[in-house]
Ligand binder design. Structure first.
Ligand code: GNR
Ligand code: NI
Length: 171
């Protein structure tokens, strides 16, 4: 197992589009395990592979209090069903920033497990918010993109400043 480095906004690599997984092997299982470990340590409730600079359509998630309910979504696809909801979102790639985002309330998810077995579920609430947030990542999108231009500028400047400061401390 290994902890992976998480890319931080406005890193351009977060803008890439991840490719579908076609091979379900031990390497994929290792990636999922390392991503889960990285997510739990952060701590976060979800993580998309692109956040650790791997261009594959892989998502891990755990919404449980006890952190014992790991969900894995390979090649997830979302079908919007009904309603809208607003939720205060955060992101491991946008540390310390929280903002309300409007999304679809109820969605259908089609995905595969780590062995390549397809499954389908319909959901709302936090799981719905989180899978929409993660599929955005796989398409090169970050939740900050939904904010006003002015708020995006503020977030970019704040995070660039923090990264500069931590780089100069390390040097
Ligand atoms: O840990 C996370 N919390 C969170 C809270 C509200 C909406 C979405 C999320 S996902 C985020 C982890 C992350 O950055 N996943 O990409
Ligand atoms: Ni995120």
């Amino acid at each position: 197992m290994a902890f992976l480095d998480i890319l931080v906004y406005p890193d351009k690599r977060l803008r890439q589009r991840a490719e579908p997984v076609t091979v379900f092997d031990a390497e994929l299982e290792k990636l999922v395990q390392d991503m889960a470990e990285t997510m739990y340590a952060a701590p976060g409730i979800g993580l998309a592979a692109i956040q650790v600079n791997v261009l594959k359509r892989v998502v891990v998630m755990d919404l449980s209090e006890e952190k014992n309910d790991l969900k894995v979504f390979i090649n997830p696809e979302i079908t919007p069903l009904e309603g809208t909801q607003e939720f205060e979102e955060g992101c491991l790639s946008v540390p310390g920033v929280f903002a309300s985002v409007e999304r679809v309330e109820r969605v259908r998810i089609n995905a595969m497990d780590v062995k390549g077995n397809p499954f389908e579920l319909e959901t709302d609430g936090l799981l719905s918010v989180c899978i929409q947030h993660e599929v955005d990542h796989l398409n090169g999108k970050v939740f900050v993109d939904y904010l006003s231009r002015m708020k995006q500028d503020r977030v970019r400047k704040k995070l660039l400043k923090e990264q500069k400061e931590s780089a100069s401390q390390a040097a």
